[in-house]
Write a protein that binds this ligand. Structure first.
Ligand SMILES: Cc1cc2nc3c(=O)[nH]c(=O)nc-3n(C[C@H](O)[C@H](O)[C@H](O)COP(=O)(O)O)c2cc1C
Length: 217
């Protein structure tokens, strides 16, 4: 193990300009839009819309996975998945959820906590129609999170569907597939600084608007 990489020796340079409440947009969606744009412009970040979604069973057993953010606005943050998957069944029983955007190369992180609700079938269908034909078939082919006998079983199912729905044919939306909209209750913007004196500014709902509080790093 002498050549092993020791994570304790790793140190990153963080930012110098502080983030103050006066710099923030009046609401967290506006602030998210600013950071998201900067993140998307950075060649260091591969998929800026990738986020870690954490859910939990009603008795508090957590689970996390990466999904892609597909839409956001004042109503919330939207992603698409299989409702029968682990995350889908956990959210059906317990809607509390956390979304984490790990923008490490920019020394930034955004954490959204709130409640998830299914998008309407119309909204799901509108998005499904924009997906490439192959991913539409893929959504049908996979009973996400189930144990399967082999990769070949998945490929066979895909081929069967591809034969049934040739390239230009419209693929209906799988009944178990759709979106979740996460309505935020709090959104934290984290920015790294030297000596671990990081900025953490959190928007929390206050009546119709938001208040911002600073957290110890
Ligand atoms: C970069 C990346 C993007 C992903 N995007 C999605 C997505 O948008 N929707 C989805 O259901 N799974 C997505 N996945 C797969 C999930 O991480 C996960 O394996 C899958 O949703 C099953 O999760 P579950 O069993 O915890 O429900 C993505 C994985 C990665 C690494």
């Amino acid at each position: 193990m002498t050549d092993a990489l020791d994570p304790a020796d790793m140190r990153e340079q963080y930012r110098t300009k502080e983030l103050s409440p006066a710099d923030l947009a009046p609401d967290p969606i506006g602030q998210f839009a600013l950071w998201f744009k900067e993140t998307a412009a950075s060649p260091a970040i591969h998929e800026p819309n990738a986020m870690v979604v954490s859910t939990a069973t009603p008795d508090g057993r957590p689970s996390s996975r990466t999904v892609l953010l597909k839409h956001y606005d004042g109503a919330g943050f939207v992603f698409f998945t299989n409702y029968g998957s682990r995350k889908g069944t956990e959210l059906a029983a317990n809607p509390y959820v956390s979304l984490l955007f790990p923008w490490h190369p920019l020394a930034r992180q955004v954490i959204v906590t709130g409640r998830a609700a299914r998008t309407s079938r119309e909204e799901t269908a509108a998005y499904f129609r924009t997906r490439p034909h192959g991913s539409q078939l893929g959504a049908w082919a996979s009973e996400q999170s189930r144990v399967i006998p082999s990769r070949q079983a998945l490929l066979d199912r895909y081929e069967e569907l591809a034969a049934r729905h040739p390239d230009r044919g419209e693929v209906p939306v799988p009944p178990e597939w759709g979106g979740f909209r996460v309505v935020p209750e709090a959104v934290e913007f984290w920015q790294g600084h030297e000596n671990r004196l990081h900025d953490r500014l959190r928007y929390v709902r206050a009546g119709e608007g938001w208040r911002v509080e600073r957290l110890a790093p």
